[in-house]
Design a binder for this molecule. Structure first.
Ligand SMILES: Nc1ncnc2c1ncn2[C@@H]1O[C@H](COP(=O)(O)OP(=O)(O)OP(=O)(O)O)[C@@H](O)[C@H]1O
Length: 230
């Protein structure tokens, strides 16, 4: 379980995250949805222990978050996380040596699912292929928490849907808590169980996707559109 209590992150006088309180339960898939600059990446980086809140508390499985939390969390960064002079195989070897939980067999399956070849050089990959490799590396770790920051942004819209749906088979359901930060709601909607809307660094609303569908007859996208952003 991840618990955020009244989290504020300031850059100078700007409040990138402005008093977020939220709980993410074990084994569920969450969407952290919001427009550009709303505080999604900042929130994920704080959960991953990469940056510290200005105030408030974050705990992961009742442990206070420090840099050591990296051993419990697989984090797909919005920016670069690949070494351009490596081949895919070398990148996988690097992750294998860096993370004792890295599952090489799963990485092979994921590479094949993502149509990537181990001998390809990172610098020769397209943006979409690099995006696929980042997913391979992140989802091959056996960890309780997976944080994905804009994981589908470089992917061709034609294949995005099948990749999103296929990815579900690579998540350890009921065991891994997955948080996906994105402003592209449509494609990830089928795999979400809960969603938080974030805007101006604050949580605007939260829903259980199944309850939303059954009780209000709304898709996440319809629900999102009914909320007012400022
Ligand atoms: N290192 C930084 N220094 C100063 N301001 C920052 C820094 N990182 C983020 N911000 C600001 O904090 C706010 C939230 O940024 P953040 O990257 O968390 O948004 P986001 O929701 O992930 O956006 P996007 O969808 O564009 O990735 C923005 O106003 C951004 O300009």
């Amino acid at each position: 379980m991840i618990h955020l209590k009244n989290i504020v992150k300031k850059y100078g006088s700007h409040r990138a995250v402005d008093g977020i309180t939220a709980t993410f339960y074990k084994g569920r898939i969450y969407g952290l949805l919001g427009p550009n600059g709303s505080g999604k990446s900042t929130t994920l980086k704080m959960i991953a222990g990469l940056i510290h809140p200005t105030s408030g508390q974050i705990s992961v499985n009742n442990k206070e978050v420090t840099r050591k939390i990296a051993s419990d969390i697989a984090y797909l960064a919005d920016g670069e996380m690949l070494y351009k002079n490596f081949t895919i195989k070398q990148m996988i070897e690097f992750f294998t040596s860096r993370f004792s939980d890295f599952q090489t067999e799963k990485a092979k399956e994921l590479l094949s699912f993502m149509k990537l070849q181990p001998n390809q050089k990172i610098k020769s990959l397209s943006k979409g292929q690099r995006g696929r490799l980042k997913l391979v590396l992140t989802l091959s770790r056996k960890v309780p928490i997976v944080l994905l920051d804009e994981p589908f942004s470089g992917l061709d819209p034609m294949v995005r849907e099948s990749i999103v749906k296929g990815l579900v088979s690579f998540v350890d359901f009921g065991e891994q808590t997955v948080i996906i930060a994105t402003h592209e709601v449509d494609e990830i909607e089928p795999i979400l169980e809960e969603a938080f809307i974030i805007n101006n660094g604050q949580i605007l609303n939260h829903c259980d996707v199944e309850v939303l569908r059954e009780e209000q007859g709304l898709s996440v996208l319809q629900w999102l559109k009914s909320q007012s952003y400022q």
